[in-house]
Design a protein around this ligand. Sequence first.
Ligand code: ZN
Length: 423
Amino acid sequence: MTEPELSIDGKRLRRDIEQVASFGAVDTETGRGRTALPGDEANGEARDYLVDRLEEAGLEVRVDAVGNVAGRWTPPGADPDAAHVAAGSHLDSVPRGGIFDGPLGVFAALEAVRAIRESNVSPARGFEVVCFTGEEGTRFADGVLGSTVATGKRSVEETLALTDGDETLEDALERIGYRGTGRLDASEWDAWLELHIEQNTRLEDAGVPLGVVTDITGTVRCHVTIEGEADHSGTTGMTERQDALAAAGELVLAVERNAAEAAASGSGTAVGTVGQFDVAPNAVNVVPGTVSLRLDLRSVESAEIQAQLDAVTNTLAAIEDDRNVATTFDCTYDVPPTPLSRRCRNVVLDAAGDRGVETRRLHSGAGHDTMQVADVTDAALLFAASVGGYSHSPKEWADWADCTAATAVLADSLARLAPTDER
Ligand SMILES: [Zn+2]
């Protein structure tokens, strides 16, 4: 049978994203960004704008205890007891972030539901348009805050008590009017779709507007200390030193080399980074005595993360022997790789094929709320092509035509996940 053709209003989508970009706007010579940290005033204004649009479109709005927003619509004739199909993203940003990261997914979900409502499709399931609280780890926690509560991994009480040093999440939500009640429960959804800007150039390089994510990378973060001996840089001879920084230099290069090897020989998704580094006493005339650094190791294959961890262990043992330093190695953050639902991915690929929208399968090297939701229901992540691959920057950009095409595929996919009675 022929699929219903839903009509996406690209201008309306653009207006929504531009309007939200005006809250906490950051104007620079190279682009237009936004700063809307979780629970701040700009985040509150963005939420108010969303709630107005949800209500205007006839959705029933609910705000849960940690500020997650959901707009629900049960179509006439749909089974009121059937699990809903949900889509959305987040409205918070990093400081001086891009205007698409988050808002695209929220307003594409709203536009998709508006398009379904305005069509003559009669879906058998209801829909939810969702904005999760605190996806970016810029305030209160490491990120994906609202989705960890909606998936039952973190309690409401513990989350509300999180503090940024000055105020608790509860107080911040109270102040902007988004300390609601109850808990949004993602496990009640039949399926979840998130559209996000790619944050890379793989789609642009391929000339393809839409990516369908196969897996979200796993991430392990570790803390390493290297203890040598601080000494006078003039009087300590080269054979007498226990230079912690020179030893750390060997580790940094080994992390880079090991990740490159894992990437070249395996899934192609392995990356390894030493992104944080402290040297003590950090003085020009002192041989460095102590280095403390943090590693971030990723891949969609757990074995490739493990291989990188093993290599770090071996490198540290060699450095201890060669350089007479002591080391510690301790990994506290471990999020396993998340493969995404084949059922949802196939629905998206079919919808895109029928629309004539070209797609590419790829992995996500960044974490998203979808990696949480995927643990409790079928979930898929769609990427709209980035221009230049910039993200977490006012330079972030996507073509409006690509956003519209991606939103059309999102709408068709949602409609197919909530099929009409006769199908
Ligand atoms: Zn995002």
